[in-house]
Design a protein around this ligand. Structure first.
Ligand SMILES: [Zn+2]
Ligand SMILES: [Zn+2]
Length: 354
């Protein structure tokens, strides 16, 4: 079920058509010579039950090539359409080879100026090593590659480590509730929009080592166990990259952001406004040793870290609280490695308001 044919001798792609123009082509098909790319036999424009425009052989059984599911065809169509919408030249089932003569076929192949990108819609589960190997083959051919891995009931690609490897951009795609569109991961971002963003430089790997972002404390209002008055407790430190996209959160007592935390809460206005008690080492009878802790704004009593963690988890079920203030932060190499991922403003925005 291909997305292209030869129309009166010229390459023709179904994803470049509006719905109206596609219907017009169907109505006028007898005035054209349409040929399948696989075997050169006669082709006919059709629309799948999922709404995907494609070309089919006029008669079944003439050619064995191109058997694929409607969902797979839809996903390829959405990828090709996104690339086309972003202003790239797009081919499908595009053949090429490495300088060593190893052949490859890209599901969707997009070019713009000197840039070449292979977009692979991976339908059957593929081992991570195989994905890496195929990515290397593209790299050797001067082609960038990106992978869209289908999530199924039996196969959850979110558990793959390849999703956090910069060298092999990989994304999980899921069929949405309508059954006629694919989304990226758990977001509401459509596959088409995401591909357009990817090819427009709006999806980037972040944070990079040395990148300047910011970090800020999330403060919860709790009752002090000792004096029962409300007190502000620093529960975590949220981190954003240079574009303001959230990249993670660390426990308030993580040593790597200790200086930043102390700097932020040194501002007395902020402490008063949120009733944040002093953060320092205190002896805990429960733990039999001293540790860096929150204290009650009023009486100074240690607020236990397990209690804080529980309180934060409870909040996170329904809410993703914003920090009360920010301070600039430069990501170290180790931190960048730990938090690195492919991110875009659209993905961040939409997951945040869900
Ligand atoms: Zn054929
Ligand atoms: Zn107190």
């Amino acid at each position: 079920m291909p997305l292209k044919c030869k129309l009166d001798g010229e390459p023709c792609f179904s994803f470049t058509y509006t719905t109206e123009d596609w219907e017009a082509l169907k109505a006028a098909r007898k005035q054209h010579d349409m040929r399948m790319p696989c075997c050169g036999r006669r082709a006919i424009p059709k629309t799948s039950s999922l709404g995907t425009p494609f070309f089919a052989h006029t008669r079944r059984g003439e050619c064995v090539s191109g058997q694929e599911t409607r969902e797979h065809l839809l996903a390829k169509y959405l990828v090709a359409r996104g690339a086309y919408a972003a202003g790239w030249s797009v081919d499908v089932e595009h053949r090429g080879e490495t300088p060593d003569g190893e052949a490859w076929v890209a599901d969707v192949f997009a070019t713009k100026g000197k840039a070449k990108v292979a977009l692979e819609v991976q339908w059957s589960p593929q081992s991570e090593d195989e994905t890496r190997r195929r990515q290397e083959r593209y790299r050797a051919s001067g082609v960038r590659g990106a992978w869209f891995l289908r999530e199924t009931r039996q196969y959850n690609p979110s558990f793959l480590s390849i999703l956090s490897e910069r060298a092999t951009p990989s994304f999980v795609v899921r069929l949405d509730d309508s059954g006629q569109d694919f989304r990226i991961g758990w977001s509401r971002v459509s596959l088409s929009d995401f591909v357009a963003d990817l090819l427009s430089g709006k999806v980037r790997w972040s944070p990079l080592p040395g990148e300047q972002g910011r970090v800020g404390p999330v403060v919860l209002e709790e009752s002090c166990w000792k004096c029962h008055q409300p007190t502000g407790i620093v529960a975590s430190m949220v981190m954003e990259d240079s574009q303001g996209i959230r990249v993670g959160a660390l426990d308030y007592d993580d040593i790597r952001i200790r200086e930043d935390l102390i700097r932020v809460v040194s501002e007395s206005d902020l402490r008063r406004r949120h009733q944040i008690g002093p953060l320092k080492h205190r002896f805990s009878r429960t733990e039999g040793r001293s540790y860096f802790s929150n204290g009650c704004f009023h009486c100074g009593a240690l607020q236990g870290r397990f209690f804080i963690r529980e309180a934060l988890l409870e909040v996170l079920v329904t809410d993703d609280p914003d920090p009360v203030s920010w301070t600039s932060f430069v990501f170290s190499e180790a931190m960048a490695k730990e938090l690195g991922g492919w991110r875009s403003i659209r993905l961040a925005d939409i997951s945040a308001d869900e």
